[in-house]
Design a protein around this ligand. Structure first.
Ligand code: FAD
Length: 308
């Protein structure tokens, strides 16, 4: 069997693509390791249109229910992962952990993941004091001293999540200013619990069984300094899950898939992409969904013109 389209991913973008492909009666398959996407870990997803605030697991359930309501019209391979996409004449071979499929188009919605610091100790203490999601893990740091690395919105929001629990929070920014929105900055500054350290460069995370300290460079003083902390939250942005497409479609210098923002086509005919894996400026649930719908409608038009 040859599919019209294979959707890779399980976040809001993938589900939107799946629903629209099913509605268009495309021969479609969705391959995902899990349904829900990266915000499934969040306590409160803001402004998913129609819901003022919705917990991540609830949104994931709604997405899954919506997709499964079309189960007569779309093939699903869940708890599966796409391992490669290869050109095969004017079609594509999509290999997954479970099988290999042939398809006329591919819609890539593989999203993003947390960027790592890449310093000694980060991997050794992952889950032992090093964390990437304050919304999920803040309660484990009750009455502890914690460092948050990252002076942007995610860093500030992590600090806000930690405020009810942590004894003290050090916020380490690379620049001489914070980049997050002014309202969150005010909450952080007014809390009386947070010490903001500017012009820093994190060098090492140390401990024995659990994290005990963080070494950083104070670039202003040109000195290495150590903080006694039991937790380190890394909040320095995300990286796109685009490795599947390396060498297949054009990526920008941040490794995001470059798309035409009208059609969501990529540099390779027949491959479309949407959501956080692309060079879309705004990484948001609603935007990922809208982009994925456009990608699916474009794939549908492409398939209509495809010779049998
Ligand atoms: C903690 C947190 C809170 C957030 N809060 C908000 C908010 O309040 N409001 C908002 O609008 N946005 C929020 N966001 C951003 C939002 O989650 C993203 O913009 C959105 O999830 C992007 O959707 P996506 O479908 O493009 O990618 P993702 O949600 O990243 O989904 C990609 C999915 O594809 C799967 N996948 C990846 N590679 C493969 C493969 N090879 N094979 C099979 N499956 C694969 C992944 O496991 C993942 O499930 C938040 C993000 C985080 C991390």
């Amino acid at each position: 069997m040859v599919f019209d389209t294979i959707i890779v991913g399980g976040g809001p973008a993938a589900v939107a693509a799946g629903v629209y492909a099913a509605r268009k009666q495309m021969k479609a398959m969705l391959v995902a390791d899990q349904i829900g996407g990266q915000s499934v870990v969040s306590d409160g997803i803001a402004n998913w249109i129609g819901d003022i605030l919705i917990p991540g697991p609830e949104l994931a359930k709604k997405l899954k229910d919506h997709l499964e309501s079309y189960k007569e019209d779309i093939s699903l391979s869940l708890q599966d992962t796409v391992t490669s996409i290869e050109r095969d004449g004017d079609m594509f071979l999509v290999k997954t952990k479970k099988d290999v499929y042939k398809t006329k188009t591919v819609i890539v919605t593989t999203g993003g993941r947390h960027r790592k610091l890449g310093v000694p100790g980060e991997d050794d203490f992952n889950g032992k004091g090093v964390a990437y999601c304050a919304t999920c893990d803040a309660p484990f740091f009750r009455d502890k001293d914690v460092a948050v690395v990252g002076g942007g919105n995610s860093g500030l929001e992590s600090v806000v999540d930690l405020l009810p629990y942590a004894k003290k929070v050090y916020l380490l920014a690379r620049r001489d200013e914070l980049r997050g929105d002014p309202i969150t900055q005010k909450i952080v500054r007014d809390s009386g619990k947070v010490e903001i350290l500017y012009k820093t460069n994190t060098l090492k995370i140390s401990g024995s069984a659990m994290v005990e300290s963080l070494l950083y460079e104070d670039k202003e003083a040109n000195e290495e300094k150590e903080l006694a902390v039991q937790g380190v939250f890394v909040e320095i942005g995300t990286v796109p899950n685009s490795s599947l497409c390396k060498g297949l479609v054009d990526l920008n210098d941040r490794e995001e898939i470059i798309v035409d923002h009208r059609t969501f086509s990529t540099s390779m005919n027949g491959i479309y992409a949407a959501g956080d894996v692309t060079d879309e400026l705004y990484k948001q649930n609603n935007i990922a969904v809208g982009d994925a719908i456009k990608a699916t409608l474009s794939a549908y038009e492409y398939v209509k013109k495809f010779g049998n």
